[in-house]
Design a protein around this ligand. Sequence first.
Ligand SMILES: C[C@](O)(CO)[C@H](O)COP(=O)(O)OP(=O)(O)OC[C@H]1O[C@@H](n2ccc(N)nc2=O)[C@H](O)[C@@H]1O
Ligand SMILES: Nc1ncnc2c1ncn2[C@@H]1O[C@H](COP(=O)(O)OP(=O)(O)OP(=O)(O)O)[C@@H](O)[C@H]1O
Length: 314
Amino acid sequence: MHSYTLIAPAKINLYLEIIGDRSDNYHELAMILQSIDLADEIELHSISTDTIRVHCNHPLVPTDRSNLAYRAAELMATEFPNTFAKYGGVEITITKRIPVAAGLAGGSTNAAAVLVGINLLWKLGLTQSELEELGATLGSDVPFCVAGGTAIATGRGEQLSPLPSLNNIYIVLGKYKSLEVSTPWAYKSYRQEYSDSYIRDSDNLAIRASAVHSGEMVKAILHQDAKEIAQKLHNDLEKVVLPAYPQVLQLRETFANAGVLGTMMSGSGPSVFALCESQEHAEEVKLQVKTATKNEDLELFVTKAIAHGIQIVS
Ligand SMILES: C[C@](O)(CO)[C@H](O)COP(=O)(O)OP(=O)(O)OC[C@H]1O[C@@H](n2ccc(N)nc2=O)[C@H](O)[C@@H]1O
Ligand SMILES: Nc1ncnc2c1ncn2[C@@H]1O[C@H](COP(=O)(O)OP(=O)(O)OP(=O)(O)O)[C@@H](O)[C@H]1O
């Protein structure tokens, strides 16, 4: 095959706890990540010139080297120079449906799709864990985007332990189109304000402390209980993003007033998601929030938890 089409799902953070500082300037995290059925489509074509080309239908997404999908292809070309020379270049076409700079891992899932797709295109035969390892060099969320489903993520977010898949969890997601939050800014602000609470004694202590809290979310997931999951939602980055972005706080309150099971910002924001009892309930909440906010800038999606990461369509 000289071309592949892949589906690249977004993620939400059901749980995000910042445990402490790391010597590499990242933060030590305890997270629970969940793939959702809001997804981009990625087409990969082999081309005869030894170049990487990116096209995207979204005006805010760069098509040069700063695109994470471009960097994923470049990484494969550098890691496997002989194969790159044999197969020629690659053309990547991204159809964006995931809101950009939203805390939904849009760029990361595109990069993950390119790794999975090039592995097939160039018949490299890499395993999922080898692809995850390559992905970690591109960004902390990329390994999870390769694996997908429901998982605990520790370290800087790249160390994954799969959890049982969540079924029938319906979600409404809201994002103001004109609002973007920078992930480095969010972590830097957190460090400035909260580094006193960082656990520095030892890795063991850090892991034990986080296990207590994230463990309650793991239990809720094992029970497949949407209400219990909703009660255990947690995101430390809300502490810095909500005060700086009052619109995000307001959206969270609008969801809460619409009678959802629970609501939380995803990742570094500004997306806010809400867990609902059923698809019908999620549709009702979407309509209620749309009516209450009357804001054309607000995009609302009804989505659901899914059990997979990158999928090959053809
Ligand atoms: C907010 C989340 O999306 C939650 O899943 C992730 O933690 C961020 O994942 P990502 O966008 O893939 O992040 P990266 O590209 O690896 O890092 C972007 C920046 O975020 C900060 N960062 C990220 C991950 C981490 N564990 N600690 C950090 O401090 C660093 O300043 C880094 O320079
Ligand atoms: N393939 C891509 N898709 C979207 N944005 C990209 C891509 N490549 C690079 N970018 C740039 O990365 C920035 C962050 O976009 P992205 O949608 O990945 O954020 P995010 O969902 O907040 O990521 P994360 O949740 O992993 O922190 C954007 O401002 C955009 O310019």
